[in-house]
Design a protein around this ligand. Structure first.
Ligand SMILES: [Zn+2]
Length: 267
């Protein structure tokens, strides 16, 4: 196998709780699960192209943008990271057409277990993709709200009671709190909501379980980057979240290298 293109975060498919990954190199998709246990090599071609406009950029901003798009592109607007700042429902956005399909649509507020339990939000089209990207092993929906702004408000409220970040080292080591009753936590979250938010709680949500294709988890994950090593090769031990797990506890965050021109080959 050999393929080359600009990296984008891995695509995932989900069947019977098992996660399958595809590496995206431009328009090319490479099924990755089949290479677990084998040697792969990734060679950075010393070129980054902006994931919004395609122009070459010497540095990647906010996971794949050129500086100009980071400042202006709707995909890089502040509300992507801080949904509570979204003003699309007031008719204000960098690009209202983009906002119609990304902000002014139903969003879910969820609890997920990736290391500990955490709260998060996502567009209704991104389930279970969002959880797979975070390497969650379990997740459950708390509420469905009509737009991104309300989702952000609910998340901010629940952040007083739940973490909102994943500890990526614990997630990769598969060090997971096993004593979490996610259904009880879901009920606790709903009970905490003030009246104006409680109306959006969803009844009877089932818990999602996600299993990742991993032969061996790293004991002390060491993060690799193409900025320091142009050639990264080794045995693929598994894939979890947006990370390739290689031998000797080395891990590569694919999403962090969005836009990097890379050639992959298997041996
Ligand atoms: Zn750009």
């Amino acid at each position: 196998m050999e393929a080359q293109g600009n990296l984008l975060k891995m695509k995932s498919n989900f069947t019977d709780s098992a996660v399958e990954y595809q590496l995206r190199l431009g328009d090319e998709l490479v099924d990755l699960n089949q290479f677990i246990g084998q040697t792969i090599e990734l060679q950075y071609q010393n070129q980054i192209n902006c994931i919004a406009c395609g122009k070459r950029t010497s540095k990647s901003f906010a996971q794949g943008f050129c500086y100009n798009c980071f400042q202006t592109a709707p995909q890089a607007e502040e509300c992507v990271l801080k949904p509570e700042t979204c003003r699309a429902h007031l008719g204000e956005a960098r690009d209202m057409e983009f906002a119609q399909s990304h902000c002014l649509i139903p969003h879910y507020i969820y609890l997920a277990v990736s290391s500990g339990i955490k709260v998060g939000i996502t567009r209704n089209t991104q389930i279970p993709t969002r959880w797979i990207d975070q390497g969650a092993s379990k997740a459950v929906i708390i509420a469905e709200v009509p737009n991104r702004h309300i989702a952000g408000v609910m998340e901010v409220f629940l952040k007083d009671y739940f973490a909102d970040k994943t500890n990526w080292r614990s997630m990769l080591k598969n060090e997971e709190a096993t004593d979490i009753d996610i259904e009880a936590e879901r009920q606790k979250a709903i009970d905490l909501l003030p009246t104006e938010l409680k109306q959006y709680a969803r009844a009877d949500e089932s818990v999602w379980e996600l299993n990742y294709p991993v032969e061996a988890f790293p004991l002390k994950p060491k993060s690799l980057t193409f900025d320091k090593e142009a050639t990264i090769s080794g045995t693929l031990k598994g894939i979890k979240g947006q990370y390739l797990l290689l031998d000797n506890d080395r891990v590569l965050n694919i999403r962090k290298h969005n836009g990097y021109l890379v050639r992959i080959s298997s041996m």
